[in-house]
Design a protein around this ligand. Structure first.
Ligand code: UD1
Ligand code: PEP
Length: 429
């Protein structure tokens, strides 16, 4: 088992390059199932364990997938007969594999997908996905741990989502591309990753409008074909480096980061006294000597992203005074705080809110990532902690960050990744 060892105290300085977005590429790969003609060529593909998992799901479904890691490209061919079952082995590894359901149903009239469980951040039901697919005409049953959906044909309709679920919006949008007639999804999710998915679907021949707003309109077409597409930049990876720069009183240019996608984070960081400069070449972040406290509440886009909440909590703990953080998207996303407590953080949790008092003098400790963003938050705390911090459970970090330690090291952090049992655990002072 690998761990990251970081010695705190260095200011981050320089330029960092961001990868394509995990949360965009996963549904885009699923969308590939819809292409009954031609090849799909994706560029700016991040090298992440989740991408490997999704590739394996697709291969299991009889789609040819070639991942050219050196070029950050994937070539896909889904023109053979598709099989329709996504087994537990894959879905249990990655919840996002449930987004194959809409494309499978649309392309073949049948989908059997293992029921995804919850995860460390919450219970994560899929009732809204199923409600949408049912409204399009699918007959859905649940048995033996599987969801089975079948439809002789899907017919467009009006669907109102009780909550703007990202995955439900994606599943329904993809199913609707091949439905007969027009589908309207109201209270749809409007994340940049939804916009990216709509963009590639349209290049594949779909007729989707309204992506990025809360009303999506999808006019069904007879079939979709291959195309080429560059995956949108990862706003959460960009945000993570923005926070790391601010926390270390650093000066970092997050190259080609799209400020439009990180508005709520930028606004909160400015409120904390961080200099955020939005330039043609990306976002430059300069951390102040002393951060000011703020109140943050996570919300669906364009609100503050829950996927930045654990990282933001580290910044708030560093601020002088009382900060609050309210998590409204997932019911159990404060697990990282227990680990941060071991690094000297002081806070109290009241329901879905946490009240933090700072400034925290973080001290290095052995801590374990409880989920993907928790892992990133712990490493950031390690960057400012006194002494050495060891972060374990890196399988979570690898789901969403490519070469995280390498990128931080290039910015000046004293950090390395080692394998358990390795003797090379010391870092140069
Ligand atoms: C691969 C991917 O893109 N993952 C992102 C996606 O996850 P995901 O698509 O799973 O997130 P959703 O937007 O669906 O979930 C948000 C909330 O809605 C609830 N819900 C969702 C669906 C449903 O049918 N019923 C229901 O109650 C969930 O339990 C959760 O509390 O959006 C989340 C919210 O921005 C992000 O944190 C994840 O990083
Ligand atoms: C929660 C996340 O992802 P997923 O939905 O894939 O678990 C995340 O990216 O922070």
């Amino acid at each position: 088992m690998d761990k990251i060892i970081v010695k705190g105290g260095n200011r981050l300085k320089g330029v960092v390059k961001i990868e394509g977005a995990k949360n965009a590429v996963l549904p885009i790969l699923a969308a590939g199932i819809l292409a009954s003609e031609g090849q799909l060529e994706l560029s700016n593909v991040p090298i992440l364990s989740d991408v490997y998992t999704m590739n394996n799901v697709l291969r299991f479904l009889n789609v040819d997938v070639e991942f050219l890691e050196a070029e950050h490209e994937i070539k896909m061919d889904a023109t053979k007969q598709i099989s329709t079952e996504a087994p537990f082995e894959y879905v249990s590894k990655m919840r996002a594999s449930v987004v194959v359901m809409g494309p499978l149903l649309a392309r073949t009239g049948h989908a059997k997908v293992a029921m995804p469980g919850g995860c460390a951040i919450g219970s994560r039901p899929i009732d809204l996905h199923l409600k949408g697919l049912t409204a399009l005409g699918a007959h859905i049953t649940q048995h033996d741990g599987y969801i089975e959906a079948s439809a002789r044909k899907l017919v467009g309709t009006n669907i109102y989502l009780d909550f703007p679920s990202v995955g439900a919006t994606q599943n329904i949008m993809m199913a609707a591309t091949l439905a007969q007639g027009t589908t309207i999804i109201e209270n749809a999710a409007c994340e940049p990753e939804i916009v990216d998915l709509a963009m590639i679907l349209n290049k594949m021949g779909a007729r989707v409008t309204g992506a990025g707003t809360e009303t999506l309109r999808i006019v069904g077409v007879a079939k979709l074909h291959g195309t080429s597409h560059a995956v949108v930049q990862d706003r959460i990876e960009a945000g993570t480096f923005m926070v790391a720069a601010a926390a270390t009183q650093g000066d970092v240019l997050i190259q080609d980061a799209i400020s439009e996608h990180n508005k709520p984070l930028i606004s909160k960081m400015r409120e904390m006294g961080v200099q955020v400069i939005d330039g043609d070449d990306g976002i430059r972040v300069i951390g102040p000597k002393q951060l000011k406290p703020v109140a943050v509440k996570t919300l669906p886009h364009p609100g503050f992203p829950t996927d930045m909440q654990p990282q933001m909590s580290v910044l708030q703990l560093l601020a002088k005074g009382t900060s609050t953080l309210t998590e409204t998207v997932f019911e159990n996303r404060f697990m990282h705080l227990e680990e941060l407590r071991r690094m000297n953080a002081h806070y109290t949790i009241e329901g879905s809110s946490v009240v933090m008092s700072g400034p925290t003098n973080f001290s290095g400790a052995e801590v374990a990532a409880t989920d993907l963003r928790a892992g990133a938050a712990l490493v950031i705390a390690g960057l400012v902690a006194k002494g050495y911090t060891q972060v374990t459970n890196l399988k979570y970090l690898d789901r969403g960050y490519y070469n995280f330690h390498g990128k931080l090291g290039a910015l000046g952090a004293e950090i390395k990744r080692v394998s358990e049992g390795s003797t090379t655990v010391t870092i140069k002072n």
